[in-house]
Design a protein around this ligand. Structure first.
Ligand SMILES: NC(=O)C1=CN([C@@H]2O[C@H](COP(=O)(O)OP(=O)(O)OC[C@H]3O[C@@H](n4cnc5c(N)ncnc54)[C@H](OP(=O)(O)O)[C@@H]3O)[C@@H](O)[C@H]2O)C=CC1
Ligand SMILES: O=C(O)[C@H](O)COP(=O)(O)O
Length: 446
């Protein structure tokens, strides 16, 4: 079991506590949920199986805390986020070690996830003071039939309580990508981490605790999604849900009430390779995109659509590179690209005789997350990019979410809304207008 060093603060016996009302707590359920180490197949950690009453208490506390959090000056909210980011980076080593044990993420990638997350929290704090520090001023005489008798002032206001549910493959990064925009915008936040990855996520929450966030502003509830998920997503005190995961997200969107949803779901990212492509570059990206973290990325290359005339040459290069992949425990960084054949990703390569066929195949999918095109002809690339029904198209590189401030969104079954620093802040706020009505028209003469 884990639990030495800093983790001891959040541990009760052999089970990690949950975080509510500014304190680490033990569930009254008396039950725990095991977290299996995917490498050893043994129980690595245990977390509390929280009860519905505990969720109710947490939501009440989040609701109350939000009112005073929204009255905390924006620069102070940003300052606390910067502090949390720095603490998170200081805790890189123990959190990365948890990621290796809980989700078998290769050690280097695990450390990168923590650092990337710290940087993202800081970026949100910086961007937040600008995005939220500005409103709009509109005048009525631009609309037909109106004199300048009305001045409209708009600003962005928080939604209330945001529920964040990230997936197992980025339990820290895809948690902070929801926590930071919610908090900078003056919302309170309840995190339900994935069970595999929960301890890494709880440790990250502890960094926010150490930074000194007021009680109730951030909470962390644990338990199996299949058991407490519906209770959380249909909870009447939840004002917004930001979810990343698989088809579960589609089910949630049907059950959730009339609240804003941010859904980052699955993908079947296609890679189109044209005749004039740099085949070495394409092959490297296909292998990296298809097999890094055993293909357990929504942005993994899932199908290659290659022009007939270069298909043999590409397949040869891809095969050579796949042949060099190694298998082993995630602790060993010779393992940067892992592929276990029996359970690993399968990468279909389909020959196409023209570009339209490739675009047709890509668009026939229910998913529309990302896609990529390899060609030296930027004009062709732009035409194909416009024709592909995906949220993002990469030209001459494998699909990827980062840098984390870029907009990230899926069309069709791949999601609702758009992630990314500015988009997430805007999504977790709504516009409030105040209209000043003048008794007589007033024009500035200059
Ligand atoms: N588009 C994107 O940005 C990304 C998409 N993904 C997609 O995520 C999937 C892999 O992640 P995975 O974690 O297995 O996804 P899941 O959809 O299985 O789980 C995601 C989260 O939902 C929770 N959950 C499970 N059931 C419910 C429920 N009824 N109500 C509310 N929450 C619930 C899980 O908790 P618990 O673990 O306790 O079950 C987990 O925290 C793949 O399909 C992948 O494509 C992954 C990353 C990024
Ligand atoms: O979980 C995922 O698959 C991510 O959202 C993709 O992120 P990445 O492209 O940075 O791996």
């Amino acid at each position: 079991m884990g639990g030495n060093g800093v983790l001891a603060a959040i541990l009760a016996g052999d089970t990690f506590k949950y975080y509510s009302e500014g304190e680490w707590q033990v569930s009254s359920s008396g039950k725990s949920v095991p977290i299996i180490n995917p490498t050893t197949r043994m129980t690595q950690f245990k977390v509390q199986a929280c009860t519905q009453e505990e969720v109710n208490k947490m939501m009440e506390s989040a609701k109350n805390a939000q009112k005073s959090w929204a009255k905390t000056p924006l620069w102070k909210r940003a300052e606390l986020l910067h502090k949390a980011a720095a603490i998170l980076k200081d805790h890189k080593k123990p959190i990365a070690e948890c990621l290796v044990k809980e989700i078998a993420k290769p050690a280097k990638d695990a450390a990168t996830e923590v650092m990337r997350s710290g940087d993202l929290v800081s970026y949100y704090a910086e961007e937040g003071v600008r995005v939220l520090g500005e409103g709009k001023f509109l005048m009525s005489d631009s609309f037909p039939g109106n004199e300048r008798t009305k001045y409209c002032l708009t600003s962005k206001i928080p939604l209330g309580v945001v529920l964040a549910i990230p997936p197992f493959n980025y339990p820290v990064n895809l948690a902070v990508s929801k926590i930071a925009p919610a908090l900078i915008a003056g919302n309170s936040l309840v995190l339900k981490p994935p069970t595999q990855g929960a301890v890494s996520a709880l440790h990250m929450v502890h960094c926010f605790h150490l930074a000194g966030f007021p009680k109730g502003v951030i909470s962390g509830v644990t338990g199996k999604g299949s058991e407490i998920g519906d209770f959380l997503t249909m909870h009447p005190l939840v004002n917004c849900i930001s979810f990343t995961g698989g088809d579960t997200g589609i089910a949630i969107s049907k059950k959730a009430g009339m609240i804003p949803l941010q859904m980052e779901l699955g993908g079947k990212d296609a890679c189109i390779v044209l005749e004039d492509a740099d085949l070495e570059l394409a092959a490297s990206n296909i292998v990296k995109g298809g097999f890094s973290y055993s293909g357990q990325r929504c942005t993994a290359v899932k199908v290659v659509l290659v022009m007939e005339s270069v298909a043999d040459a590409l397949v040869k290069k891809v095969n050579e590179k796949v042949g060099k992949l190694t298998v082993g425990p995630p602790e060993n960084d010779y393992m940067r690209i892992a592929w276990e054949e029996p359970f690993g990703p399968v990468l279909p390569i389909i020959r196409i005789s023209n570009v339209e066929e490739g675009v047709h195949h890509c668009n026939a999918s229910n998913f529309g997350l990302q896609g990529c095109i390899f060609t030296k002809d930027i004009n062709k690339a732009m035409l194909i990019s416009d024709a592909m029904e995906t949220g993002t198209v990469q030209i001459n590189s494998a699909p990827a979410r980062g840098p984390d401030h870029f907009p990230f969104q899926g069309l069709k079954d791949s999601g609702i809304g758009s992630q990314g620093v500015t988009n997430s802040i805007n999504m977790m706020t709504k516009i409030k207008s105040t209209v000043i009505n003048l008794p007589t028209p007033s024009y500035a003469m200059g």
